[in-house]
Design a binder for this molecule. Sequence first.
Ligand code: F6P
Length: 364
Amino acid sequence: MSLKPRDRLALLTSGGDAPGMNAALRGAARVGAQLGLEIVGVEEGYVGLMAGRVVPLDVYALDEASRRGGTVLGTARSKVFPTPEGQAAARTQIVAHKIAALLVIGGNGSLTGARTLAGAATHDGNRLLVAGIPASIDNDLACTSMAIGVDTAMNTIVEACDRIFDTATAHRRTFFVEVMGRDMGYLAMTAGIAAGADCVLVREVGRSDDAIVDQVVQTMTHAYTGNTGKRRVLVLKSEGVKMDLNDLKRRVDEKMRAVVPDVDTRVTVLGHVVRGGSPTAFDRLLGARLANAAVRELMAGKTDFMAGWVGPGVTAPVVEHDPYVVAAPLDQVLADTARLHAGDSPLAQWRKRVYSEVESILEK
Ligand code: F6P
């Protein structure tokens, strides 16, 4: 059943914060208001939902917040919510606060939680509509090519590596840098490629600790003795690789002593530095666009879905080695580009329509 003007849409952020969550909140609030919905926020994720901490949202405050990391609503990882008591408490509050639809912005655990609430009874005898938006710096959700926060985290890592390179090069050192990503090596790998790391260690490859040590020793030996002109080595390790970084350093130092005794190694764990900070333009836009789509789908009565990012109008089959890359024939590329410039392709028309919709939403 579709939503009606003045129906209440609740926004909730949950799990690890990700830069761009505020931009998603802002997008949902602005689009929802445009559609005539009453938008409220739930504080601190499912913890706040169980306690009925439902607050009005100020669109202008969200405009300001969208430039910042974290989430103005607060977030949490609740252990109680998945229990029968937690579920019951959440359902009671959904009725008490007259919530007709719930938009959950978060990662895997958060969307698992959202799933359990889809179809819950509402105050007027209808069923709760539920949608999710992927937000996690780990990029560990399926059905979306990017989750909110990934791009910012990647840029933060690249910037940190650039700084570390300065010292590493000045001192002819090797740095072992660990980054977040939980079990996923995506963040380490993409940032490593972008930063120009010499070696990226990710869990997915499945190397033993001994093999990892050998891999690093080989990289360092090549860099410092292989006539490469290199004055530094950067090893980027994803936290999914469980080997302790200091242990790795000690074991590599032992082996390298005989090869290049004058090369020092240092350890840097970037930790939560990677998760904070002002979201990139991409993450702000991703948040806004996923929110826009999710709210409009909810308005039309769709439920139990996640708005995922694929890329508009890309229909060619993906290449064998990368599920995010298509090999489109050049003829088609050039012909479609010409239509885009002429304004008569579906993408061009879609942009034109959305630009005018956005104008009217933003001008308020
Ligand atoms: O899921 C995001 C993430 O930052 C992971 O990369 C990391 O393993 C985890 O959260 C850290 O969680 P917390 O902030 O609870 O320590």
